[in-house]
Ligand binder design. Structure first.
Ligand code: VG1
Ligand code: CO
Length: 542
């Protein structure tokens, strides 16, 4: 019943910022999925007889890979497999299920906010027993293994029914199909004051939650409409579709522009939010007020004690390096630890496990806490709602008051997507070579104080991660950061992050791009991004 199949390696199975992501036809090559999954198993120890969790965001090819993963896990000796019904589990839900059922680890089948469909993106990510993404030590071992793999193990059985909740047996191993939502919804009830949020909604507060035809649909329906009493119609685009309705399930001002426009209109709701393909990102927009993810992290951290799950206060805050310094000011005032990590949630795991950080965030619309080991879109929405319910103020009032207290970090990210890889690498390498000469120079009237290539020294396991983004710091605390994306599937994507701190409340109402205009020009002078990429403007501005 168990078969050992001979295979030959692929040379491109290197996990990026968040797992292995490729176009679907690449995953459909014979043995491609099997090689990667076996490479993961071959890089792990001591999982025999243990539990493995499998779930994905419902995109095209999800159901096929769920079946392969189940058969391979059984053949490799796992003792129990938990699978989300229909193959559906959001990323934070997988993290929770791993933790709750003390699983050995789990697979998340997703390419997150990347489009889905037969010609679009697919992805596989492995998470470890703490519920978080595998650390670099493991992803590097997986890549090394994938380059020499010569066989994989698989159970030679028919597909199993993944649509009916309940226990089944496959070759003597328990395969349990679990409800995709209930464990997660229960966890949310332990963290937030559902009564207060219910009362807020009952009092006439209106909201909209856009799942972008992706995985959070069933979660939003159950939690916001069924458990919190928001009216039918609060959740939109809530049926997960294999191709996300042909859209990018990326909750930003470009791909969720409809939601933004609605919130800016006088008769829009009081609060709007959206989440991405796999449910770990969030977009927060109050009536007339978009909250940048970096600000959202700072505001959530400053107010988290208003929610039952965080009433004891926070141990510390962690943010990825390119995320703005807004949260640093909150940590400073609260006299708690502040940690700066490379991009990608895997770097927060150790800080959360060690209870050094309670809340973490990234500028890319990711916020989360120690309740799981992934960023969590709906969690951020519920924490905002809890804060609004307690403070009885609007998002706009809370934002303005926050800036008045802490100052405002003007912040933008300019993405140059799918540019020529050689041009992008050349740009980064040349800039890196120039770094030692930059301090003291003036560009566009701005004086550079420091320029470096960010390296992270993990305070817990002492591992070192180098080349995590180029930073150029200016007098007065402004900065630009440049790095290459590690989640794209074609060409290279350059991300340019620009930030300026403004203490003066009289200058808190500027339009972001104009508030940052001199820095944007300086970034172009220093990187030559426009001439080198042949683009006259970024593809996406967030
Ligand atoms: C991007 C974001 C990063 C995030 C990662 C995974 O990575 O910048 O902050 O952790 O996506 O998020 P990169 O390497 O493309 O910049 V998700 O929601 O795509 O799993
Ligand atoms: Co995501």
């Amino acid at each position: 019943m168990f078969k050992t199949i001979a295979t030959t390696p692929f040379d491109d199975q290197k996990p990026g910022t968040s797992g292995l992501r490729k176009k679907v036809p690449e995953f459909q090559q014979p043995n491609y999925v099997e090689n990667f999954i076996q490479s993961v198993f071959d890089s792990l120890d001591g999982y025999k007889g243990k539990t493995l969790v499998i779930g994905g965001d419902g995109r095209y090819y999800n159901r096929d890979v769920v079946q392969i993963a189940i058969r391979m896990a059984v053949a490799n000796g796992f003792g129990r497999i938990l699978v989300g019904q229909g193959g559906i589990l959001s990323t934070p839900a997988v993290s929770n299920v791993i933790r709750k059922y003390k699983a050995y680890g789990g697979f998340i089948l997703s390419a997150s906010h990347n489009p889905g469909g037969p010609k679009e993106d697919f992805g596989i990510k492995y998470n470890i027993g703490n519920g978080g993404p595998a650390p670099e030590k493991i992803t590097e071992a997986v890549f090394a293994r994938s380059k020499v793999i010569d066989r994989y193990l698989i159970a030679d059985t028919a597909d199993i029914d993944i649509d009916t909740v309940g226990k089944q047996q496959l070759a003597g191993v328990d395969v349990e199909i679990i409800d995709s939502v209930s464990d997660y919804a229960e966890l949310m009830e332990t963290l937030f004051d559902f009564d207060a949020i219910r009362a807020l909604i009952k009092s006439g507060f209106t909201l909209r939650f856009d799942s972008m035809h992706a995985v959070t649909g069933p979660y939003g329906k159950e939690i916001l409409e069924h458990r919190l009493g928001a009216p039918d119609g609060t959740c939109v685009n809530f049926v997960p579709l294999e191709d996300f309705g042909g859209h990018h399930p990326d909750p930003n001002l470009v791909y969720a522009k409809d939601l933004y426009d609605l919130l800016m209109s006088p008769d829009g709701p009081d609060f709007g939010a959206a989440s991405d393909g796999d449910g770990d990102r969030n977009l927060i927009i109050g009536k007339g007020m978009y909250v940048t993810p970096s600000d959202s992290l700072a505001m959530l951290a400053a107010n988290a004690h208003l929610a039952p799950g965080y009433k004891a206060g926070l141990k510390g805050i962690a943010r990825s390096m390119p995320t703005s310094g807004a949260a640093d000011r909150v940590a400073e005032k609260a006299k708690i630890g502040m940690y700066e990590t490379p991009t990608g949630w895997k770097f927060f795991g150790n800080l959360l496990d060690a209870d050094m950080a309670t809340i973490c965030g990234e500028e890319s619309s990711g916020t989360g806490s120690n309740h799981v080991r992934e960023k969590d879109g709906l969690w951020a929405v519920l924490l905002w709602l809890n804060i609004l319910a307690v403070r009885k103020e609007s998002v706009q009032q809370i934002s303005r008051e926050h800036w008045a207290t802490y100052g405002r970090n003007y912040y933008t990210r300019h993405d140059y997507e799918e540019v020529d890889s050689a041009a992008a690498n050349g740009l980064v390498n040349d800039l890196r070579a120039k770094l030692p000469t930059l301090a003291g120079k003036t560009v566009q009237g701005l004086t550079i104080t420091k320029a470096d290539d960010f390296a992270y020294h993990d305070p817990i396991d002492k591992s070192v991660s180098e080349h995590q983004g180029i930073r150029i710091l200016f007098e007065g605390g402004s900065r630009i950061v440049l790095r290459l994306s590690g989640t794209g599937t074609s060409g290279a994507t350059l991300r340019l992050y620009i930030e300026r701190y403004e203490a003066d409340p009289r200058r808190h109402n500027l339009e972001t791009q104009s508030a940052l205009a001199d820095l944007i020009r300086a970034a172009d002078d220093l990187t030559e991004i426009k001439t080198r990429t042949g683009r006259d403007k970024p593809s996406v501005i967030t």
